[in-house]
Design a protein around this ligand. Structure first.
Ligand code: ADP
Length: 363
């Protein structure tokens, strides 16, 4: 007997909160959904612990799953109150959460996120990496983990996902849980749910850095992230090209907006120039020169580094051997420097600014 989280959510959408006139999925009351071999587990989260419909909705949710998914399904619902959930510290063992974002796709955001994580691990820091790029989860391939799958461990009657360990980085990808061939409109809610599980139901242990590779632009994933965890800071990746820089500004503004309020730690310029092997003293500025450097001055955001176009970056990503591993190569060195600069900015931010607040869900 097997069924999918999609089927369960579809069934739960039929359950309406009598007072709020919306279904329990739309109200974000279904959290940490876990489906495995005939068993369905989730938290049913209420705004208030004295909601008069707790018992009613719990029964209605069980009935909906049994009616629309499977009569034999074992349904295990834990009722929680949001006021209590919000008071519990999220990921208490994780010191810094860094979101890697970009305005445009294809600028090398995932390449930078993966290699930064490897560089941090090589510097001896406990590092985790979440690939939340729903449009093209490419990190498993870049880190030779395409055929691996995370395992599950049960502790105190609760299941936890155990991230994959690859090149010293603890990694989870949305690609392991959501079929990349499904249309985005369908993948979106699934991906948000998977991200919540990566945050609330994963055994990350103690981490110095948890890096989150976001989808390009702005999306529900960004919102889910800031509603679930206090993000220490965001880093925006862009090429120097004018159209990419224009979108990078939107990214910076989103994080700096009053509602989101996540500090922007810096910009990273990728594909800054190209130097052919036979002309080592030449730099060709294929996408324009210093686009991010100029932007960093304009927006008063540090420029953390400039990474050139290098054939081996592309090739190594395809063969799953991250270039940051070879720290004596110029590319490896560039990624190590980048990790060093980011560490400095994180330190400054933690000394000067209060901890980031989780964005409250307003209904
Ligand atoms: P994004 O996450 O922004 O969509 P990716 O990291 O997937 O972008 O990179 C897009 C493509 O560009 C990949 O094929 C990657 O290997 C390649 N790439 C990224 N940065 C560089 C670089 N500095 N030099 C050469 N190729 C690069």
């Amino acid at each position: 007997m097997s069924f999918t989280p999609e089927q369960v959510l579809e069934a739960l959408k039929k359950v309406k909160h009598p007072e709020k006139k919306q279904d329990i999925v739309a109200l974000n009351m279904v959290q940490d959904l876990f489906v495995e071999e005939g068993q369905i587990r989730f938290n049913l989260v209420f705004q208030r612990s004295n909601d008069p419909f707790i018992s009613f909705l719990r029964k209605a949710a069980t009935k909906a799953v049994k009616t629309y998914v499977s009569r034999q399904a074992k349904v295990d619902i834990h009722v929680k109150a949001r006021e209590k959930v919000e008071k519990e510290p999220v990921l208490p063992g994780v010191k810094n959460i860094i979101a890697i974002a970009s305005g445009k796709g294809g600028v090398g955001k995932s390449t930078i996120a993966a290699n930064l994580a490897v560089a941090f691990a090589m510097k001896g820091m406990q590092t985790g990496l979440i690939d939340a790029d729903i449009f093209g989860p490419s990190i498993p391939k870049m880190l030779s983990a395409e055929n691996k799958r995370p395992s599950i461990v049960n502790r105190d009657n609760k299941d936890f996902i155990v991230p994959i360990d690859t090149f010293g980085v603890k990694m989870l990808s949305i690609g392991f849980f959501v079929d990349p061939n499904d249309p985005v409109i369908w993948r979106g809610p699934m991906a948000s749910n998977a991200l919540r599980q990566f945050i609330n139901q994963t055994d990350w242990g103690e981490l110095d850095y948890l890096i989150i590779d976001l989808p390009p632009g702005t999306s529900d994933i960004h919102l889910t992230m800031v509603q679930e965890i206090p993000v220490t800071g965001a880093v925006i990746v862009s090429t120097p090209q004018k159209v990419a820089v224009a979108d990078a500004i939107k990214g910076v503004n989103m994080f700096r907006s009053e509602h989101i309020n996540v500090p922007v730690l810096g910009l990273i310029e990728n594909m800054s120039w190209f130097t052919p092997a036979e002309l080592p003293d030449h730099k060709y500025y294929i996408f324009g020169k210093d686009g991010c450097k100029d932007l960093s001055e304009k927006l008063n955001v540090p420029l953390l580094g400039q990474i050139p176009i290098v054939q081996s970056i592309c090739e190594d990503s395809d063969t799953g051997s991250p270039p940051a591993l070879t720290k004596e190569s110029p590319v490896g060195e560039a990624f190590m420097d980048l990790a060093g600069r980011l560490t400095e900015e994180v330190k400054k931010r933690n000394e000067n600014l209060p901890p980031t607040k989780i964005v409250e869900v307003k209904k």
